[in-house]
Write a new protein. Sequence first.
Length: 171
Amino acid sequence: MNRAAATIRRELGELLPPTLFFFVVFHVVAFVRGLMLEDFGITATTSIGATVGALIVGKAILIADKLPFVDLFPDRASVYNAVWKTGVYGALALGLQFLEEFVPLVVEHQGVVAASRHVVEQVHWPRFWATHILLVLFLLFYCAAAEVIRTLGAAKFTEIFLGLPTKKRTP
């Protein structure tokens, strides 16, 4: 039982940072989308969608991090890994974002083939690409921060960034 609890605790500890980060990011993107549509409020459905999106992307990042090709540049400057991971996560996010637009069309047109015929006409492409550009910029920020934390270590990063002293362990 202790091993299972430790595994769950470790998994939740790994899931929490990207999920919280993308929780904030997706709510910012939802707000910007609302402003682009001249809708100055965030509805409950938008907030729920942003929260679910954050959970999905947070878990997707953890899964992608386990793939062998994600950490291609472990011995190079951190910028290489940050840019590479941004590209990988950006491609993953593009697929998820497209599915977010495509699935309602499948339901509306009662089938994948019929939805495929209407996707070009019914997806609001400027909004789609504006959202994706914002997401990729936030992904770059996330990947750069993750690389800095990986290089410095979480304790040193916390000490430098937040000004909190590192706890000294006594042997």
